[in-house]
Design a protein around this ligand. Structure first.
Ligand code: NCD
Length: 301
């Protein structure tokens, strides 16, 4: 796996297809065989979270510690220098002398790119506003590949807030490079931004649109549900996202895989949990070996 030149992961498009496959293969090996818990001993990961997080922050901390790393950072910018008016770039310039790698989550689209511009250590985008969340995508891809053994030719439906949701954006960008067919299922106000649609179309994959899952469910292999990102909605926007329920899944293939980056709100009913097609808790568990593989990739060799 040597020869990696990628230093930052800001967008899923920073990784070539073979680099993504290498991360997934490495994560599969970690999941199967485990790793020596001292591999990255002596290194420190800084987790800078300017927005709420459970999974991204805790699974990166878990992944780092399982490789022997130390972890520093903050999860409440009100308790950091930002509360005194310190800029993001100054914060990053300071923290890079405390750590070998930075994971940043920030409410502003483009914040990770700005931070990486001044960082002398690898920087991972843990979510920048509504734009991207590349390491979420890596474990989404991992979970799909684990289940189907491939990514190409799969018919993937995205349902939820596709305009303001970064997890769906990054995954659509990635899947379109691996030859999946995408269907965007959302009310008009929550259909994906034009730049995402244009990027996906530029890759030549078939896409379709629908307003409700019921219309397209029978033809899907994967249904990727995501929550309304109300914290990013402009005033006056109030679209409805009726829940995906177990009853609705009667129309779907027996082999459907239902994913969700979590947290869920009302868009994915709890009764789906008992359905064997529910894959989201397995998906979240895959976040740890995948993030271990990411840390290895960025810090080894
Ligand atoms: C996602 C995020 O923060 O974008 N959460 C996560 O990292 N699993 C999804 C979301 O908040 O809806």
């Amino acid at each position: 796996m040597g020869g990696m030149i990628v230093k930052n992961i800001l967008s899923i498009d920073d990784l070539a297809n073979d680099e993504i496959s290498a991360v997934l293969d490495n994560a599969a090996r970690i999941k199967r065989e485990g790793v020596r818990g001292t591999e990255l001993a002596g290194r420190i990961a800084a987790l800078l979270f300017f927005e709420p997080s459970t999974r991204t922050r805790l699974s990166f901390a878990s992944a780092a510690q399982r490789l022997g790393m130390g972890v520093i950072g903050f999860d409440d910018p009100a308790l950091s220098g930002a509360a005194k008016g310190e800029s993001l770039t100054d914060t990053v310039r300071v923290v890079q002398s405390y750590a070998e790698l930075i994971v940043l989550r920030h409410p502003r689209a483009g914040a990770a790119h700005e931070a990486a511009g001044v960082a002398a250590v690898p920087l991972v985008n843990g979510g920048d506003g509504g734009r991207e969340h590349p390491t979420q995508t890596l474990y989404d891809l991992f979970t799909v590949r684990e289940r189907f053994g491939r990514l190409d030719g799969l018919r993937v439906g995205f349902y939820g807030d596709l305009r303001f949701g970064r997890a769906a954006n990054s995954l659509a960008l990635a899947l379109s490079r691996f030859g999946a067919e995408l269907t965007w299922i959302a009310p008009a106000d929550l259909q994906p931004a034009e730049e995402v649609v244009a990027a996906v179309h530029g890759r030549g994959v078939p896409t379709a649109r629908a307003e409700e899952p019921a219309e397209v469910l029978p033809g899907l292999d994967v249904l990727y549900v995501s929550r309304p990102q109300r914290e990013r909605w402009p005033a006056g926007l109030a679209p409805e996202l009726p829940p995906v329920t177990r009853a609705l899944l009667r129309r779907a293939s027996e082999d459907l895989l239902v994913l969700h980056p979590l947290p869920r709100t009302g868009e994915l009913a709890v009764d789906v949990d008992a359905d064997p097609r529910a894959g989201y808790f397995q998906q979240v568990a895959n976040g740890v070996p995948v993030r271990m593989a990411v840390l290895r990739q960025l810090l080894s060799g």
